[in-house]
Structure formats: structure tokens, C-alpha cells
Ligand binder design. Sequence first.
Ligand code: DUC
Ligand code: ZN
Ligand code: ZN
Length: 465
Amino acid sequence: MSRTVIHGGLVITASDEIHADVLVEGGRVAALAAPGTDAAAGWSAERRIDATGKYVIPGGVDAHTHMEMPFGGTYAADTFETGTRAAAWGGTTTIVDFAIQSMGRSLREGLDAWFEKADGRCAVDYGFHMILSDVNESSLKEMDRLVAEGITSFKLFMAYPGVFYSDDGQILRAMQRASGNGGLIMMHAENGIAIDVLVEQALAEGRTDPRYHGDVRKVALEAEATHRAVQLARVAGAPLYVVHVSADEAVAEIAAARHKGLPVFGETCPQYLFLSTDNLAEPDFEGAKYVCSTPLRPREHQEALWRGLRNNELQVVSTDHCPFCFSGQKEMGRGDFSKIPNGMPGVEHRMDLLHQAVVEGHISRRRWIEIACAAPARMFGLYPRKGTIAPGTDADIVVYDPEAEQVLSAETHHMNVDYSAYEGKRITGRVETVLSRGVPVIEDGAYVGHAGHGAYVPRGLSQNL
Ligand code: DUC
Ligand code: ZN
Ligand code: ZN
């Protein structure tokens, strides 16, 4: 059985920071020992990684990606191959992507299509959530079967009428079903019916630039939908996970629900923490690079998100990675912001941006690991196999240099997209080595993994309840 020793580093998990040597054996963590005692303990190993002065952290778990997602007449530009490779570069060793049920089709057909796209192509491990676009008697029954197979979470949309949208009755039925089968409902909480009215009015009045995407998708309409989702989940007796929370008033709705003791959870994304409507207003259609939904908000909202992450009103930071090239894809919306495909690249830089948040004092090191690794793993039934470093866990391990400097740029990133949302941003900290189940994927600044190493991971029920 192949053995690796990572010695001299500071092992950081969501609960501890300890100087320890880590023994990896056959793809799993076998033991941790006090620094320097590894030889005495008889740890012979083929590979020894010197982590002196470095952090040894669990591989990141990005619970919200959309590889090759069809949207607005085009497809997200990262395939499972390019997207998981970029994830590995940034220290993310597990993604949970969204398989999509098409209108009029079964969940099974959607899921099979996503298995087909991912099979044999991934650099790191992957699981699936299921997007419910057509809630009916038959798809409700299928939910039970999927939960038994390890697809234990379901995304519903209160936005995008005519595409992914579910009405309140459909949402309630899906929540009731999840309450019975143990599944977790993930909600895109924006009032899409009202938004569509405002889109129509904006376009009719000649307000067509990307910044109006942010204008029409109002804070009140995110907060209202979040409130409604909470009340529907409460009536159904189901837990609720609100995805890509961007507005302070939506955080307040989640906090109020949690204060009542309801099992309501929230996720935000780096773009809401670091970017703002100032980006959406960039001239010459550049703002299109930042069109995603929920939209970027005025920067005053960022403090509520950071506070929410610190005090556990928000539990998870995922990326909602859904990249569209500026050239040829974002450009589809010149003269009509509603035709700009919604989504931004991000899977490569989540761990780094959140480390930058540690450097800037927004969160502690352990909270960094909690929100980026342990909490998403627990939330989606992957813990402790993923999300921590302890005897028996998968050896998904990142050696992270907290002192290295880097500048984010489309010139150097590995995502299959022609721009960076963080072009020129200076970051302190960088991934040095990445192991996926004990196998090197990134080593000495080079990609040494291969498509097909990444395995499908069936998930258990959410462990946060
Ligand atoms: N939001 C996006 O920005 N892109 C894809 C789907 C979504 O909900
Ligand atoms: Zn969404
Ligand atoms: Zn999404």
C-alpha cells in the first residue's frame, strides 16, 4: 500500500490547529503524530512532503458548481474535465454539481445525462444534487429513489419562470416529500414573477445595460422569496438550505428563522463578499462579466455577509461556478441585459479568496476551513470522509503556503473562460501541493493529475439537522 508522510506543517481543521505529521496510507489518513516523531513511529513512506512553514488543510468542498450547464441558449464553458482541473489547482478536491431535470422529463433522464458528462473526465471527486424543474407526482416519487442512491439534495427555483421555476404549491409538495425522505431542499430565493415584470419595464424604457440586471433583481425580492421559502419549509416540516445569499435582508430572514430554532441554513459565494454593483456598472459592456443571479449588491451588503459567516447565520461558502466567456457568450446580451447568460467563474479561487479573508481579519483560520470544507461536507452528507483531516478520512489534503503572493488573472488561471472576475487582485497565500485520496494532483506548481482519477461520491443525508 502506498504511503506518504506530510511533515512539519500546521494541520488546520474546523476544530483544531496543531503542529503534526500526517501519515497517508492507501488513499486515507492513517495517523497524525507530534512533529518529529514520525520516524520513531516507524513511518516508512515512498513520498515525504516537507510542509515546514505551511498549512496542511483538508481539500476544499465546493457544494455548488454548474459544469456545462445549459443556460440562455448556451452552455457554461467549463466541462467536468476543465472545471475539476481548475478546482484542483485551487485546492478544491470535491465538487457537488447540479444535474438538471428538463421540463417534461424524468429526474432519471437528467441524472443519467450528468453522469455521462462527468464519467471518466474528472480530476477530483464529485457528487450531484438534482435540480427539480418539473415537480409532479412522478418526479416527487423519484426523489425517494434518488435519496436512496446518494443524491440527497434538490434545488428548486423561485426565479426563472418558464425555465426552472416552481410555484409555491410545487415547492410545498417537494418540501413535504423531502421531509419524509430525508432530502435537503436547496432554494434559489428570488421572486422571479415580479422580476420578470421589472425586466420588461426596464427594457421598454431603454435601460438595457448590464447594471440594470442588478437593479431589477431587487433586494426586497430576494428577501421576500427567502421569507416565503422559510415559511413553506416550516409548514412542510422540512429543513431548508438557501443558496447564493447576497443581500443583507436575506441574511436577516435566515437569522430570524434560525433564532426561532428552524433548521434553515444559508450559503454565500466569494463574488458577493468581494465584488459589488460597481463591477456591474463597468463601462463598455464589461459589467456583463459580473451578471449572475442572485445579483451582486452594493458593497454595503458585504458586512452583513461577513458577519453572518462569523456568527453562523450563514454556514457555507460555495462558488456557484457557472462561467460564460465574454466573447461570444456574455456578448449575447449586448443591448438587452436579460439575454446575458447568468453566471460567473470561481471554482479555482474560493480557497484563496477565503484565505485572503483570513489575512484581512474577516474570519479566523478555523472558520475558513469550516465554511469551505467541513460545513459543506456535513451539509451534504460527505463528512468525515471529506472536509477534515483525521484517521480514516480520505486523504484529500492541501499543503498551503500562507506567505506566497499571487495576482489573479485570466492569463494564469485554469478555468476555461476568457476573463477573470478578479483580474489583477493580489492575494496572500497559495496552494502548493494537492492530494486527492493520497494521489498527487498538484505538485511543485504543476498539474500532475489526470482526467478520470476523480470518482463519483454517493452522499448520505445532511448531517446538520
Ligand atoms: N444563477 C446563476 O448565476 N447561474 C446559473 C443559475 C443561477 O441560479
Ligand atoms: Zn441559483
Ligand atoms: Zn447555481
